[in-house]
Design a binder for this molecule. Structure first.
Ligand SMILES: CNc1ncnc2c1ncn2[C@@H]1O[C@H](/C=C/CNC(=O)c2cc(-c3ccc(F)cc3)cc(O)c2O)[C@H](F)[C@H]1O
Ligand SMILES: [Mg+2]
Length: 214
C-alpha cells in the first residue's frame, strides 16, 4: 500500500529490532535492505570502515550531512564516547521524521541532535547555535554535488581545525568527482581512499578520508 521506503524501513525496525539496542537496529536495517529492498544507507561493509574511523578519532563534536533514515546516525552514535554529540542534518521532513523514530528506537537520542533543514543555511549558524568551535569529524553522505560547496563553506565558517577529518561516502558510486579532485589536489588536505562496495551490492564504491591541515 502507499507507504514509502523509509516508512517500510521504520516498520521493520519497530517489528524486528530490540528497543534500546543500536546494534540490532543497524543489523535489522542491513538485513532488510540486503534481502527485501535496497536503500541508500552507508551499509555494513562501508559502515565498518566508518566505525573504525569514529573509534580512532573519538570525536567530541561530529557532524553528519544527510541523515536519510538515521542508519549511520545510529551506527555512529553507538560508538561515541560520553559527552560527545553527533549533529545530523536532513532537509526532507519525511526522512527527518522517520530518522527521529529510528534514532529513538535505538536509544541514542541523547547523543544525536537532528537538525531539519538545508546544510547551506545551517553551516553558517553552527557556531552560534551550538556553542561550537570546530568539528572533529564530519561524515558527508548528502547530495554528492553538495560535498564540495559545503566543504568550502565549513572552511570559510571556521568549522574545521588542524586535524579535523572529513569522511565522504560514495566517492566512486554515484561519485563526487569535483570533491575528490579538491581534497586530493589541495595542499590543505591529506586524503586517503578506502576501497569498498556500494551498500548491499558488489559494485565498487569507497570512502575518502581527508584530514584538514589548516
Ligand atoms: C544540500 N543540503 C542538504 N541538507 C540537508 N539534507 C540534505 C541535503 N542534501 C541532501 N540531503 C538529504 O540527504 C539525503 C541524500 C542522500 C543522497 N545520497 C545519495 O544520493 C546516494 C545514492 C546512492 C546510489 C548509488 C547507486 C545507485 F544506483 C543509486 C543510488 C548510494 C548512496 O550511498 C547515497 O548516499 C536525503 F535523501 C536528502 O533529503
Ligand atoms: Mg551514501
Amino acid at each position: 500500500y502507499g507507504s514509502t521506503r523509509p516508512e517500510r524501513i521504520l516498520a521493520e525496525v519497530k517489528s524486528k529490532a530490540t528497543r534500546g539496542d543500536a546494534r540490532s537496529v543497524v543489523d535489522t536495517i542491513d538485513q532488510y535492505c540486503r534481502h527485501q529492498e535496497w536503500a541508500m544507507n552507508v551499509g555494513d561493509e562501508k559502515g565498518t570502515i566508518l566505525d573504525s574511523i569514529v573509534c580512532e578519532v573519538k570525536p567530541r563534536a561530529m557532524l553528519e550531512l544527510g541523515t536519510y533514515c538515521g542508519y549511520s546516525a545510529v551506527r555512529i552514535a553507538s560508538l561515541l564516547p560520553p559527552n560527545s554529540r553527533l549533529i545530523t542534518m536532513e532537509f526532507n521532513p519525511v526522512f527527518a521524521a522517520i530518522a527521529r523514530q529510528v534514532i529513538a528506537w535505538a536509544g541514542v537520542e541523547d547523543k544525536v541532535v537532528l537538525i531539519e533543514g538545508p546544510s547551506g543555511d545551517w553551516i553558517p549558524k553552527m557556531k552560534k547555535e551550538f556553542g561550537l568551535t570546530s568539528f572533529d569529524l564530519v561524515f558527508l553522505d548528502h547530495w554528492k554535488d553538495c560535498y564540495l560547496p559545503d566543504t568550502k563553506l565549513m572552511e570559510e565558517c571556521g568549522l574545521l581545525r588542524t586535524g579535523s577529518i572529513l569522511v565522504a561516502d560514495n566517492v566512486i558510486c554515484p561519485g563526487a568527482p569535483d570533491y575528490l579532485e579538491y581534497v586530493r589536489g589541495s595542499p590543505r588536505y591529506e586524503s586517503k581512499y578506502f576501497r569498498s562496495h556500494l551498500e548491499y551490492t558488489r559494485v565498487e564504491d569507497g570512502i575518502e578520508k581527508s584530514v584538514f591541515l589548516g
